[in-house]
Structures are given as structure tokens and as C-alpha cells.
Design a protein around this ligand. Structure first.
Ligand code: ADP
Length: 595
């Protein structure tokens, strides 16, 4: 990274502005000469969501302020820019490390700051040398007592925290990243809730029993049926709790996710995890629940009877020992970003398979729990998500068109090869079999509009065009040409599909929802590939979210909830079931731990 910055700076210096002025500055009665002219300078860089523009204030050869003027980064990633700002100002240097987990945002931000320096006619060595303040020396040892410590501020951890605090417990949340949200934040965050209010309005018949059957079938019956029952029976209450207690806004429509027998998935405002996490963090703040960011839980402590009585954690400048009176709740998410761990449990999931996960998803909670004797379940079941960026592995929301039913998928030969509403693992594996291990998703203007793609995911669409992963064209032939897809076959596939839509039956793949034909241009084609998305395995729990040891006994003082647990989704999690799982079991863990 440092090298990247050095090169970047060298380049900006080459393009360089001549005439770095020797401005005179008055300090007390003594006139000093500064290398850089005092002032405010603007610069722009390219982040993940598009342009990031900043205004850098320079006074006395020192960067005193950086204001972000414009950015469209993933919600929550502002924290990364804040961290970089803090580090740049405290060291008066742009040679700072990127924030892990926010690589593209960090690079874009640093590029913008460097561009501002160029605009100021500044070279790196013109900035005054400062020592980073407060970061040197040994870390302070801190010892604290709490009723409950929660590891991880994703959807499960925050649900647990809110419930535990409301039940009267003194709670603290540890989060290793500089922001809350984990995989929940970057997910679509749709939520499967049988018998929900929109289903009633639309006259869709559903039942918790049917939901349970779908989860079990989707997981090839390798699930723990007792846990599945808990999710099925409490999913609707969890969605209502998010709506009524936490303030989450659900849109007035649903999505039909693969593997579900009916349309039952609620959509949060904006169709991503931002709405859920923002509201949960706001709720936690209103309840005065401290969330310690940049603080990584490292180990669990047990007493002589094996009860969990605390957590050891590392912060930026402190080492913590947290003693717990009631419990530790592990909600640290899955291990999709830990390649070594993935390969240990499924050798196919090696470094060549990209991942949709945040870098925080490294299975820490699973490793910590296993060290004190917890049993693990279903570790070999690792799910890939079919529609991801073939360049980075990032989950593509553009793929939502599939769940609205408005798209078909073809290969380079222009042929459909799988039911577009099949399970994620089935579609992913089918894509891996195709030429170039990629799929092309086809839709027309009506499909684009009815899937709310431009409204919800504009910056992603800009990114896709720029990176040649999406094309818009007046005719299918033209669009096919862009990706070198067999246009004649594609036309045939689309014509046949339109016939099936009109007849009400898909004779080739039996697609379960076909709300519209793909007929009127402009047409869109997205290129996508599968990436590791969800790790189904994890800590074995009971219906109270208590961790279980290798003898099948409860580990006192230890609860787990969310992606860090195993057994709920069997071999394969159906889309929109994670939100139901993490909310239901997060709440249960919080309520029980507080008892
Ligand atoms: P879930 O969906 O189960 O809530 P998420 O991935 O949304 O899972 O959230 C898990 C959170 O836990 C992430 O924000 C991640 O950064 C955090 N985390 C992971 N390991 C640790 C750890 N060792 N200490 C503190 N936080 C952690």
C-alpha cells in the first residue's frame, strides 16, 4: 500500500505543478517561509461507488482539515474515510495504511487527497514532519466488568444488544472493524417472513410450516429441525420488531427468492442492509449501549467449571480484559473471507474463488469457541452467490432482477442453462460449468424499471458500465455483440422464453415466476460470476442460542447467534433467510443472556 501511495504521489508530482510558491507566513513577530501556500485545495479520486471529492486545508505546511465534499460509497464506509483523515492529520502525511475491508474506498479517498495536494503544488516532503500522536509505546491494559459482552456489531450482535439492554442488562459490543454492519450491511437484507402483511394484501397463502419445509428442503435436510422451527415461527415477529421497535422501514412490495415456494421476502428501504444497520445502531445509541470499534475479541475466559466468564480483546491503543457477570454472546459472523479456514473445510473454496464478504468475516468466533470446547456443526457447507462482480467478488444488487422474476440467464453460447429461481448453490455450480465460468443476465427496460434497479442501485450501475460488466443496447443483437455472446441463439432463447411467459409454463426449466416477457428494448446484459457468500457451518447451539460442547452439554455463560452458528441452514441457505435467522436468534440470545 505504501508503495502504491509513493507511486501515486510520484505521478502527481510528475504531472506536477510548477512554481510551488514560497508563501510568507507570520508566526508571532517572526516571518517564516512555508513551502506550500496556505489554503483550501480540492481533489478527486475514484472510490467503489464513483467519484470521491475532498477539500484539504493546508496551513503552515500542515494538513489541518480534510472535508469530504461528495461521495457515494457503501453506507458505513464514511468511517473508513474518517479513520484515514485522522491518521493523515495526526501524522501530517499521506503515507498511511488503507483501512482493511474498505480497500477501494480508501484508495479513492487517498487519491482525492493526493490530487488536492497536487492542486496545492505540494510534494510529499514539503509537509512538515510530525510524530503520530498517542499511538506509540505500549498499549494500556484495561479491566472492565459487564453483565454481557457481545462480539460483533452486525445484524445478530446488534439485535442481541438491544434485547439484552432492554431486559435490564449492562451490555457492551466489541467490533473489530471501524464501523458496524458486517455482512449484514453489504447484503440485500431482504427478510423472509411467512404470513406477513404484504402477503395478506396480495392474497398470497403461506404458513410457518411451509416456510420450515422450504428451509429444510433448501438445506437438503441437513439442518437441525428444532432450530429451523424457531426461525420459522419467530420470523414474522422479528420483522415486526425491526419495524415497530427499531424503526426499520420495509418497502411496500416483496421479492421472490430462489428455493422458496411462495413470495414472502420483505425488502428494507433501499433494498440493502444500510436501513437495518443504521436503525439498529441508532437504537443501540439511544439505549446507551457502547460499541467499541476497532476492537477485536481474541479469546474467551472460563472458570474452573468451564463457564465462560470473560473476553480478552485488543483495541487500537488498549488491551482489554472484560469480565462478564452473565454471558458472552458471539455474533462475529462467518468465515467467508478466511481462505485458509475455507480450504480446511472445503478444499474447492480456495483462493481462486472470490468472496462477497467483508474482510471481518474471518471465523474468529468459531475458533475462539472451539478452543474452549464448543462443538461445531456443518462446517463443510460453504455457499457461493451466483451473481457477483467477476473482477472483485462483490455481490451485485443488479442481480435482484432475478428475484423479481424479470430476467433469464444465458451462457456465452446464448443458451439458458438453469432455472433462474433455483437455489443459489445450484445456480452457482451451473455457472461454474459454463464457458469462462460466467453467466449473462438478460432483461429489458420494463424488467429494469420493475426491479427498481436504477432507483435503488444507481452507483453500482455506473460502476458496472465503467467496468464493462453491463451493457445497454437497443437490440438484443447489439447487446450480445458487446460480450461476444452467440446472438442468434440468444434471440432464440429469449423468443422461446417469451412464449413460455404467454403460455404460463416454462417448458425448459419450469421457472416458477415469470411476471413479464423480455420484449421491448433497450435491453440490458450483465456479466456475472459466483463468489463465496455464506458459511452455513459454525458453533452448535440449542433453541435458546446457548453454545453446546462436544458432549452435547450447554456451555454456561456462552451464547451464539447469526452466521457464526451452524445447523440452521443445512447445506445451503435460501436467499433472505439470513436476516430472519440473525434477527430471531440475535433476539433470543440477548433475551436469554440477560436472564
Ligand atoms: P451476522 O449476520 O451474523 O450478524 P455480520 O457479518 O453481519 O454477521 O456481523 C459480524 C460482525 O462481527 C462484523 O461486523 C465483524 O467485523 C465482527 N467481528 C468479526 N470478528 C470479530 C472479533 N474477533 N471481534 C470483534 N468483532 C468481530
Amino acid at each position: 500500500m505504501k508503495k502504491f501511495l509513493a507511486i501515486l504521489l510520484a505521478m502527481t508530482m510528475l504531472i506536477g505543478l510548477v512554481g510551488c510558491s514560497n508563501a510568507k507566513q507570520t508566526q508571532g513577530d517572526k516571518a517564516t517561509t512555508t513551502a506550500i501556500k496556505d489554503g483550501k485545495y480540492k481533489g478527486e479520486g475514484k472510490g467503489k461507488g464513483g467519484a470521491i471529492s475532498v477539500e484539504v486545508t493546508i496551513e503552515n505546511d500542515t494538513i489541518t482539515d480534510i472535508k469530504v465534499l461528495n461521495q457515494k460509497e457503501t453506507p458505513g464506509y464514511e468511517t473508513a474515510m474518517n479513520t484515514l483523515t485522522k491518521n493523515i492529520i495526526s501524522t501530517n502525511s499521506v503515507d498511511v495504511d488503507i483501512v482493511s475491508g474498505c480497500t477501494l474506498t480508501s484508495k479513492g479517498f487517498l487519491e482525492a487527497v493526493n490530487a488536492a495536494l497536487t492542486a496545492a503544488g505540494a510534494k510529499a516532503d514539503m509537509l512538515k514532519k510530525l510524530q503520530a500522536s498517542g499511538t506509540t509505546g505500549t498499549k494500556k491494559e484495561v479491566n472492565e466488568n459487564h453483565d454481557i459482552v457481545i462480539i460483533g456489531a452486525g445484524g445478530a450482535g446488534l439485535s442481541a444488544a438491544i434485547e439484552a439492554k432492554k431486559a435490564g442488562a449492562d451490555v457492551i459490543v466489541l467490533e473489530k472493524m471501524p464501523m458496524a454492519g458486517g455482512n449484514t450491511l453489504i447484503s440485500g437484507a431482504e427478510y423472509a417472513a411467512p404470513n406477513n402483511w404484504i402477503q395478506k394484501k396480495e392474497g398470497i397463502k403461506d404458513s410457518t410450516d411451509q416456510f420450515m419445509k422450504d428451509i429444510l428442503k433448501g438445506g437438503d435436510n441437513k439442518n437441525n429441525p428444532e432450530l429451523v422451527k424457531v426461525v420459522a415461527e419467530n420470523a414474522l415477529a422479528g420483522a415486526e420488531w425491526l419495524r415497530d421497535e427499531v424503526g426499520v422501514i420495509w418497502e411496500d412490495q416483496m421479492m421472490f427468492f430462489g428455493g422458496h415456494s411462495v413470495k414472502r421476502s420483505l425488502i428494507p428501504l433501499g433494498a440493502n442492509g444500510k436501513e437495518i444497520i443504521r436503525k439498529q445502531v441508532a437504537k443501540a445509541e439511544s439505549l446507551n449501549i457502547p460499541i467499541l470499534y476497532n476492537t477485536t475479541a481474541k479469546a474467551l475466559f472460563t472458570d474452573t467449571k468451564g463457564k465462560v466468564v470473560g473476553v480478552q480483546a485488543e483495541g487500537e491503543d488498549k488491551n482489554y480484559t472484560f469480565n462478564t457477570k452473565k454471558a458472552v454472546i458471539i455474533a462475529s459472523g462467518g468465515f467467508g473471507s478466511n481462505i485458509e479456514m475455507r480450504v480446511k473445510y472445503d478444499p474447492k473454496m480456495d483462493k481462486n474463488v472470490l468472496s462477497t464478504n467483508t474482510v471481518g468475516s474471518t471465523g474468529d468466533g468459531i475458533v475462539m469457541a472451539e478452543k474452549i470446547g464448543a462443538a461445531l456443526e456443518g462446517m463443510e457447507y460453504i455457499q457461493t452467490y451466483p451473481i457477483c462482480d467477476p473482477l472483485t467478488g462483490t455481490l451485485l444488487y443488479f442481480g435482484d432482477a432475478r428475484m423479481y422474476g424479470h430476467t433469464i440467464m444465458v451462457n456465452k453460447e446464448g443458451k439458458r442453462f438453469v432455472e433462474e429461481l433455483e437455489r443459489r448453490d445450484v445456480i452457482s455450480m451451473a455457472i461454474k460449468e459454463q464457458t469462462g465460468h460466467v453467466a449473462y443476465q438478460i432483461l429489458d427496460q420494463k424488467g429494469l424499471e420493475e426491479s427498481n434497479l436504477e432507483e435503488h442501485h444507481g452507483p453500482e450501475i455506473d460502476y458496472l458500465y465503467k467496468n464493462k460488466l453491463l451493457v445497454k443496447a437497443d437490440t438484443l443483437e447489439e447487446a450480445a455483440k458487446f460480450f461476444d455472446i452467440n446472438a442468434k441463439e440468444l434471440k432464440g432463447s429469449v423468443d422461446r422464453y417469451n412464449g413460455y411467459v404467454k403460455a404460463g409454463k416454462d417448458l425448459e426449466f419450469n421457472k416458477r415466476s415469470m411476471p413479464s416477457t423480455i420484449e421491448k428494448g433497450p435491453f440490458y446484459i450483465l456479466k456475472a460470476a459466483p463468489a463465496v457468500h455464506h458459511t452455513m457451518g459454525g458453533i452448535k447451539i440449542n433453541t435458546k442460542a446457548q453454545a453446546i460442547n462436544k458432549d452435547g452439554k450447554v456451555i454456561e455463560g456462552l451464547y451464539a447467534a447469526g452466521e457464526v452458528t451452524g445447523g440452521i441452514h443445512g447445506t445451503n441457505r435460501l436467499g433472505s433467510n439470513a436476516l430472519a435467522d440473525i434477527t430471531v436468534f440475535g433476539r433470543i440470545a440477548g433475551q436469554n443472556a440477560a436472564k
